[in-house]
Structure formats: C-alpha cells, structure tokens
Design a protein around this ligand. Structure first.
Ligand code: FPP
Length: 261
C-alpha cells in the first residue's frame, strides 16, 4: 500500500525534495478525523459554524496538497452517525457544507482529475445534500486521480451491522457458504470495498480515540495524533504526519528483513 517516488510528476518530486520529506514513501490512503472546529471558533468568540466553515477551507487545502503529493485516497470524517445529536442549526449548517464546498471547488476537482466518493448512510441525509453528493460522484466517476472520500452520516458499527445483514442474507439464500467466509469476504460487504485500507490515520485537536471510525479497516493502520485544531491544520502539519509515518516500521504482526534471520 505504499507508493514510490519513482514515476511521480515533477511537482510531486519537488515537494518531496524541498526538504519536506526525507523519504520516498507516501501513504497511499490517508484517513483523517477532522476535529476541533468548535474549539477553534470558541477561541475567537465566534459561533461554532464559523469553525466548520474554516474547516471546509482546510479540506480544500489538504485535498490539493494530498493530490500534489500523489496520495491515492483521502478519507475525511465529515459527519458521524452520532453528530445528529448536535443543535439543529449546526446540523443544518454541516449538511449544507458539501454544496458550499463543491460549488467553488468543482472546477478544480475536474481539472485535477479528482474522484469524489462517499461512505455512510446516504438515505438519511437531507434530499438536497444527497443530490449534491450524487451529482458530484456522478460527474467525477470516470476521474482517475485522487479519490476524495467523504464519510458522511458514517458509523463503523452501523457499517459492520449492515455488512453482516447482507452477508447473512446471502448465506441464507445459498449464494455463499459459511465455510467460504474469510476476512476478504467481510471486506467485500463494507462500504470501503473498492478502497485499500488506510495506511495512516490522523486525528486532530488532541482527542485520542477512534469515535466509531473505520474500526475494521484500521486494523494495521499507523495512527498519528496532533493537538492542532482542524482549521489550523495545514500542509506542514500533514508533512509532519507523513514524515513520522515514514519512520515507522510496519510489520503487520510479523517480522521484517534482518529480524527474520
Ligand atoms: C468535529 O469538530 C468536526 C465535525 C463534526 C465536522 C467536520 C466537518 C468539516 C471539517 C467540514 C467538512 C467539509 C465538507 C466539504 C463536507 P467539532 O465540531 O466536534 O469540534 P470541537 O470538538 O472543538 O467542538
């Protein structure tokens, strides 16, 4: 799940050689729990939605940078199944963000060949939000660059429950047998079936928990936490995370190289 510097564009090589990265391995799939919008706003005596607005600008900045670096998939936790408990005005604002974001970013999305995808329960979103997301996914479905994957109304346990229901139905109707079920079979029923597992998970704002995010998919992912609030997260912070990631020794539970001798 790594991507080598070989074959990168001039721009990507320049970014990596600028001293911003001392290694040639860029994570293919980066997943981010974007946290701290509310605290960012509070620090400035602004309403929470101002924090979300600023957070949206960070999404744009980080999507661009991830694309420039040659990251293949960027999954962003934009709204959890638990976020419905927030005040109505905040939920309404968050539901309107995809439209705000795509209205201004869509031309660049097309120019950059970015593909927009989504994980989460689309049906429970307001129809207007659904339409915006469906339209973006449809317009970018043949794009072959960075996959910008939004987790909207996403909860990992709900995803696993739904996957199990589908799988059990297929066992009951005889399409698959119990004996044939293995880890890869479970993967096929998850909303991430078309994506590689994340190599790097980032959570901002000093919180150190997964909050029901990609529990199955993160089994071997490297975690990186920062005190930085999401609206303050920038290219340098992402490069810091990538640099740390590159120093990690991923063994997937086994041994590597000389350790085996
Ligand atoms: C958590 O911070 C953040 C969210 C629940 C929303 C995240 C959404 C964005 C960053 C914008 C998404 C953009 C698009 C285009 C969909 P919080 O509000 O819990 O912050 P706090 O913990 O400081 O209160």
């Amino acid at each position: 799940m790594f991507k080598k510097i070989l074959g990168k564009t001039k721009k990507q090589k320049r970014l990596l050689e600028d001293g911003q990265s001392n290694n040639e391995l860029i994570p293919s799939h980066i997943a981010i729990i974007m946290d701290g919008n509310g605290r960012w706003a509070k620090k400035r005596a602004m309403p929470r939605i101002a924090g979300h607005h600023e957070g949206m600008q960070t999404v744009r900045k980080i999507a661009r940078y991830a694309d420039d670096l040659g990251v293949k998939v960027l999954t962003l936790y934009a709204f959890s199944t638990e976020n419905w408990k927030r005040p109505r005005t905040e939920v309404d604002y968050l539901m309107g963000l995809p439209q705000k974001f795509l209205n201004s970013f869509m031309p660049e999305v097309m120019e950059r060949n970015i593909k927009i995808t989504m994980i989460g329960d689309m049906d429970a979103l307001p129809v207007s939000t659904q339409n915006v997301l469906k339209d973006a996914m449809n317009r970018t479905k043949n794009n072959t660059g960075l996959i910008l994957n939004f987790a909207m109304n996403y909860g990992s346990r709900a995803e696993i429950v739904s996957a199990m229901k589908k799988m059990i139905l297929e066992v009951e109707n005889g399409t698959i047998s119990i004996d044939s079920i293995e880890e890869g079979t479970i993967n096929q029923y998850l909303m991430t079936s078309d994506l590689p597992e994340p190599d790097l998970l980032i959570r901002t704002s000093g919180e150190v928990r997964l909050s029901n995010f990609m529990l199955w998919q993160l089994a071997y992912t490297e975690f990186w936490f920062t005190e930085t609030l999401w609206p303050d997260f920038n290219e340098q912070t992402l490069m810091e995370a990538i640099n740390d990631f590159q120093k990690r020794n991923r063994r997937y539970g086994g041994l590597k190289g000389e350790e085996i001798k």
